[in-house]
Design a protein around this ligand. Structure first.
Ligand code: DX5
Ligand code: ZN
Length: 227
């Protein structure tokens, strides 16, 4: 299956003082989703943004918001982020004590629910929940900061997650997040990822629009293209 690759620029590396302009640039470049990283200073060391900012972004973005919760007890904030305009909401298996309930809650609100695996969490952690997930997010860096180096074992992890999903009868998409750039995009697609998050590789360049196009091109023939 070579179609349906989605590019999800992470605004973590954008200029927060001109977020609307930066989002418009990646949308011109063909971004499929806008990836929003929420960090609480507990589950991860960093603190970023909350529902009011998501609500403001929702007003200017034309692409769905893919909200990645790197927070403890994410169930406490599901409704707030749905109400703020998330179209996809993902929670870490390491942070969600009652993951099945939280995934069911997200889906009951009519948006897509995803589970996230830290680099040290095995793919098998998804075995009992795989059939309920709309997508899986595989972290290819330890969460908390943009601009980190891709962990090479993530390629094998992608293959293992695909096996777990297949055994559950699911063909849910796998998202990959952390250190993605033009040098590894084709590899992660070949290993089973179909949603590529990129922060530094897009907003760390002088031209985020061109960088978004370049990342899709780097996926090779697998990437398809937005018209
Ligand atoms: C890391 C975040 C990522 C981050 C990716 O904790 O979840 O979404 O923004 O940034 P890059 O692409 O720079 O690794
Ligand atoms: Zn993220």
């Amino acid at each position: 299956m070579n179609r349906g690759i989605q590019i999800a620029p992470s605004i973590l590396s954008a200029n927060f003082a001109k977020l609307g302009e930066d989002i418009a640039a990646v949308e011109r470049g063909g971004a499929d989703l806008i990836h929003v990283d929420v960090m609480d200073g507990h589950f991860v060391p960093n603190i970023t943004i909350g529902p009011p900012v998501v609500r403001a972004i929702r007003k200017v973005a034309t692409r769905p918001l893919d909200v990645h919760l790197m927070i403890d007890q994410p169930e406490r904030y599901v409704d707030d982020f749905v109400d703020a305009g998330a179209a996809m909401l993902s929670v870490h298996v390491e942070a969600a004590r009652h993951l099945h309930r939280t995934i069911a809650h997200i889906k009951s609100r009519g948006i897509k629910a995803g589970a996230v695996l830290n680099p040290s969490t095995p793919a098998t952690a998804l075995e009992e929940i795989a059939g309920d997930l709309d997508f899986v997010l595989v972290m290819s860096v330890n969460p908390g900061f943009g601009g980190q180096v891709f962990i090479p074992q993530s390629l094998e992890k992608l293959r293992r997650v695909r096996e777990v999903l297949s055994r559950a009868g699911s063909s849910a998409p796998i998202e990959i997040d952390g250190g993605i750039d033009a040098t590894n995009a084709a590899d992660v697609v070949a290993a089973g990822a179909s949603i590529l998050v990129a922060g530094n590789a897009i907003f760390g360049t002088p031209d985020a629009e061109a960088a978004t196009r370049a990342l899709r091109a780097a996926c090779g023939s697998a990437a398809g293209s937005r018209a």
